[in-house]
Every structure is written in structure tokens, then in C-alpha cells.
Design a protein around this ligand. Structure first.
Ligand SMILES: [Zn+2]
Length: 424
């Protein structure tokens, strides 16, 4: 799911501001949360910000207004929200599974890497590309933002396993095996056509082995349940779900069942919580909006919202802009109610009760659709720490959620790779 489906809505809580009306207990809680948030090293493992880097008018060094630009991440708002590090996704939607399609996707993916590298080169005084937890902590101490890279969708590697090393060399430290549709690597959780391989394809099995060899994390967000179990069975190291939630809390195919969460814990891995409202809580859409949305999509020849991404990629830049504007208009007229930080922390509570505190973190999917009523962009991340404190999570627990758990997995994966790979 990508951007602009749920933009610009509700009044947002101002992060870090202690209301004058708060009672003494509340003031003490907010003060405690603020201190913990400021001291914790915070990482978000999935954002689609690279899609905006080449958009005219977008400047990552400026505080972009989420309401008018529909951007959720930039350096000033990362600072405001106390976010130290983030993974920017080299995202490719699923296209034709042909040699030509793979070639085009590869070229596009390399172009996105290029855009990230160029941006970071041009904004070096504010942010730095990092590839290890140690690196991120070092950069964090300088006051700069630490930017990691992940590849979302294995599609652009085609059938060429050597592309994994290429991605690694360009800085990528995880790859999400697929996106919303099946690809040549595995089955997706949301392909309307259903399962094709009942898990990983033979190529997918080779991809898992090669990623293990390189020390590149395998991301199981977006994959089908059967693919998940294949990966858990085959991977020699812990795996990640860079942006997913708990299915028992919100029944969506993108979330993990309790059984999968238990398998993930046994594997030593981590699930990073997605803040896409649809995956956090099912909130019924009003019939008026439903009708207006249907009419609007029909105008563009799109069957339903799920078909939107595929349709979008076939449009010209100009038409994409017009379609985005139509959605903005729709959202203004018929606002969608978004899930809240409390709803999102219900996922974390559930996961912690089920498998303990060591297997959960944050991966909001900002700029890819992630947005809550009271954490609408990265600038409001402190609201999570406030809710963690309110629910009795200790400072140590909160630090594990914000980076400890994820970095443990990252280090384990890195360590398992042959020494000649490390640091490359
Ligand atoms: Zn995604």
C-alpha cells in the first residue's frame, strides 16, 4: 500500500508539549516519557520517502507540511519526533514478470539507489548513509540522522542472484521478498490470484540462501503465510518483518497470526509495527465515501482501491498528479477516521504478552500509507513513548522496542556472514 490513500485528516497532538491542563500525575508521566524518548536510540525500519525525493517541490531538509504535501518524513520532522534512524525503501511495484519487465525494474531500482545516494551526498551536514547498528549509533552521536536502505520487493533482481550482492554493496541491508502480488521469488499475502508456489519458489529458496550468505536481512512483510514458514524453515539466521502487525488484533492478510509470531520468536527475529491505519484497526468507511470513491475510481478505469497501485504505475506523471489531487479532494470531502497510537500499542501489548518483549519494534510505513490520527507523521513519534510509559513499559523495554531488538537481529545476521563480506 502506498501513499496518498489516506492523507490529510485530523487534528494532531503536538508532540512533546505538556498541556497546561494536565494534572500532576499526567505531567510527571509526560516528563518521564520525554526523557526516555530523548535518550533512547530510535529506529523506524520502513519508509517510502525515496518516492518523494524526485518529486518537484519536495525538500527533505525542510519541514514539509503533511497536510498539503502529503509527506510524512523529512530531517526537521525526524528531529522533532526524536527519530534517530530510518530505513528508506528502494520500492518497486510488481510489474510484468518477463525478462524485459525485470530489466526495467532493475534500472528503476538502481535509479532509486542513486537518488538516495545523491540526496545524502547533498545533505551530508544533516544525515548520513549507514549500514550497521554501530554506524547508526556513531552518526546519532553527531546529531545527524542515520539513513539505512532496504529493498522492498525482490522483483528488480529478476533471476540474477548476483544482484543481491549489488544491492548489498549499494548499502541495502534488507530485502522484502515480494510486494502486493506474487513474483518469481514467492507468493504474496495479497495477490488476488492466490498462491502460486505454496510458499517460496525454487528461485526463492536460492534467494534465502544467498541473503544468508551475504548477511542481508530477509524481510517477510508482504509475503504469504506459507512463504513465511518456508523462510523460517530455511533461514539460518533471524528474520524480520519490517512493517507488519498482529492479525489477532487486526484481521488483515498483511499481519502475522499468533502461530507465525511464535515461530518468529523461535527464529530469534523481530516484527516492526506498521502504522498503516487499515492494518492497525478496521474502521468502517462511511457509505457516502464508499460511493464517492467508487465513482472517482471508475472515472480512472480502476476496479477498486486494491487495484490502485497497479493502475497508478501505468499512468503518466501528469495523470498520477491528477489522480493524487482527486484523492486529496475526496479525503477533504469525506475524511477517513484513522486508528490511534493506543490502537497501535494494542498490537505491541498483544505481541509482548504472546512472545515476550524481545521481538517487536517500529516500522511505520510513512510515505507509503502509514498515518495514525495522533501519529500522522514522523514528527509525532514521541506519542508512542508516552503510551508505552502509560501502559507500564520500563525504560529498558522501551529501548528494546525502539532499536534494541532490531539491532540484535541486524548484528546476528551481519555476524553470520563470512568475514570478507562484513563492512563491504
Ligand atoms: Zn509495504
Amino acid at each position: 500500500m502506498k501513499n496518498w490513500l489516506y492523507p490529510t485528516l485530523l487534528a494532531c497532538l503536538a508532540t512533546g508539549v505538556i498541556p497546561a491542563s494536565a494534572g500532576d500525575d499526567e505531567k510527571a508521566l509526560l516528563k518521564k516519557a520525554k526523557k526516555i524518548h530523548e535518550r533512547a536510540f530510535t529506529v523506524d525500519t520502513h519508509a517510502d520517502t525515496p518516492m518523494l525525493l524526485s518529486r518537484p517541490g519536495f525538500d527533505v531538509t525542510k519541514d514539509n507540511d503533511a497536510r498539503t504535501t502529503n509527506s510524512k518524513v523529512d530531517y526537521p520532522r525526524m528531529r522533532k519526533g526524536g527519530l534517530d534512524a530510518i530505513f528508506w525503501a528502494v520500492y518497486l511495484g510488481q510489474g510484468p514478470r518477463t525478462p524485459e519487465g525485470h530489466e526495467i525494474a532493475k534500472t528503476k531500482a538502481l535509479g532509486i539507489f542513486d537518488a538516495i545516494h545523491t540526496t545524502l551526498k547533498n545533505t551530508g551536514s544533516e544525515a548520513e548513509l549507514v549500514t550497521t547498528p554501530q554506524d547508526a549509533l556513531r552518526v546519532g552521536k553527531t546529531g545527524k540522522r542515520a539513513i539505512f536502505i532496504g529493498v522492498e520487493n525482490g522483483y528488480p533482481m529478476g533471476h540474477d542472484l548476483s544482484m543481491l550482492k549489488k544491492f548489498y554493496d549499494l548499502g541495502a541491508r534488507y530485502m522484502t521478498l515480494c510486494h502486493s502480488s506474487n513474483n518469481d521469488i514467492c507468493d504474496s499475502s495479497t495477490d488476488p490470484k492466490g498462491a502460486e508456489y505454496q510458499g517460496l519458489s525454487p528461485l526463492g529458496e536460492q534467494v534465502v540462501a544467498e541473503m544468508n550468505r551475504l548477511g542481508m536481512m530477509i524481510d517477510v512483510s508482504h509475503v504469504s503465510d506459507s512463504t513465511f514458514y518456508d523462510v523460517v524453515r530455511l533461514s539460518k539466521v533471524p528474520i524480520i518483518a519490517s512493517h507488519s502487525g498482529a492479525k489477532a488484533v487486526c484481521d488483515h492478510p498483511r499481519n502475522l497470526t499468533d502461530d507465525m509470531l511464535k515461530a518468529l520468536a523461535k527464529n530469534g527475529g523481530v516484527v516492526q509495527l506498521n502504522l498503516l491505519s487499515d492494518y492497525v484497526k478496521t474502521i468502517p468507511v462511511s457509505p457516502e465515501r464508499e460511493a464517492a470513491q467508487k465513482a472517482m475510481l471508475e472515472k480512472w478505469g480502476v476496479k477498486d482501491r486494491r487495484a490502485m497501485m497497479g493502475a497508478m504505475s501505468k499512468l503518466s506523471e501528469d495523470d498520477q498528479k491528477k489522480l493524487r489531487a482527486d484523492f486529496m479532494e475526496l479525503n477533504k470531502k469525506y475524511p477517513v477516521q484513522l486508528a490511534t497510537v493506543k490502537d497501535a500499542v494494542d498490537h505491541i501489548d498483544h505481541i509482548v504478552k504472546l512472545i515476550g518483549i524481545d521481538h517487536v519494534g517500529m516500522g511505520a510505513d510513512f510515505d507509503g500509507g502509514g498515518a495514525l490520527a495522533d501519529c500522522f507523521d514522523v514528527g509525532q513519534y514521541e506519542n508512542f513513548t508516552v503510551e508505552f510509559v502509560r501502559r507500564g513499559y520500563s525504560k529498558k523495554d522501551i529501548e528494546k522496542i525502539w532499536s534494541g531488538n532490531f539491532f540484535r537481529v541486524m548484528k546476528a545476521v551481519e555476524k553470520s556472514a563470512p568475514t570478507e563480506m562484513i563492512g563491504k
